[in-house]
Design a binder for this molecule. Sequence first.
Ligand code: PLP
Length: 405
Amino acid sequence: MKKIRQSDKLAKVCYDIRGPVLEEAKRLEEEGNRILKLNIGNPAAFGFEAPEEIIQDVIRNLPNAQGYSDSKGLFSARKAIMQECQQIGIDGVDIDDIYLGNGVSELIVMAMQALLNNGDEVLVPAPDYPLWTAAVSLGGGNPIHYVCDEQADWFPDINDIESKITPKTRAIVIINPNNPTGSVYSPELLLDIIRVARNHNLIVFADEIYSKILYDGAVHTPIASLCDDLFIVTFNGLSKSYRLAGFRAGWMILSGAREKATNYIEGLEILSNMRLCANVPAQFAVQTALGGYQSINELILPGGRLREQRDTAWEMLSQIPGVSCVKPKGAIYMFPRLDPDIYPIADDQRFIQDLLEREKILLVQGSAFNITDTQHLRIVFLPSTDVLQQAISKVERFLGKWAQS
Ligand code: PLP
């Protein structure tokens, strides 16, 4: 029998947030085990509901959502995004510079497919949200990882970025606020990145999907608000700030030196047209979400649920011997480090699998985020405080036994 094989294009494509350990968790669930999943940043699954007015508006508009929309998206949604650009200082954005997608995910893949020739290089942070690395590889490019420095609040290391630029480098990706580290970049750092991009004629891809999930007074600066002489593509969406991950609604905004990128933009239009349009019912959520009451603020301010959960998770993790964690200033994840002198982990996927089997808790190993060390874990702090407390106590128990074994 001739076997049906996957495309060679997938040879280097990897997305381990939903990888083999999740399969093992599903198997354990089928055997009747209850698994506590702290592996995926899906707010609704943890009782974070979207604002009711968004749901009502989508329901009301369902009869109007039967046909395809313009391939870039509904006028009302793009107009609302355009107005938000004006408010956050991304200047000169026109309706035609905005593309709606089935989540940011679709647009990330599209942006890479339209850009890359085989062997082109894209600078991607390490750690990263691994879809970026995967999308570059799928596009035939080489993801080149630059270091984000844990000792410096996980900020990108500008010297490392500069040292990795070659004649083949086309673009730099930044994820701000960052998944998995929770780092929120300062304007000074962003200006350094702009300087490097300018010197080397790079496109900047800015994934800012957590731009409204900020703690301790952190302020998010859209990189596109700092510069208009580079071509910048900014990504955002409804999945996190509006707890609507299941709607699959995201967008990408082209700004700055579009005149340098006309041919690339034609490529984006081809791909956008080919997929006809993004899910139309969900596009009806965008105007209400952006224009309405920003209930995310209640969750992140002192006393708010997300903020309390972040504090609980961080305090509990930080008091475990040999565990340290840079306190996240944004997003919904902790990325603690396990001291290699106490926990010398050779294979972090095996380690996470052992934790799953022993304590029935599912986390993601640091190497899934394209770092080279095996001493990190990612924990989603979306569960309620009492569930987080139980989970982290179990992690502590597991670590104690592991260190002795
Ligand atoms: N970018 C980052 C940094 C993310 O963390 C995620 C999801 O976790 C996405 C993009 C995907 O978002 P969407 O649901 O809009 O596809």
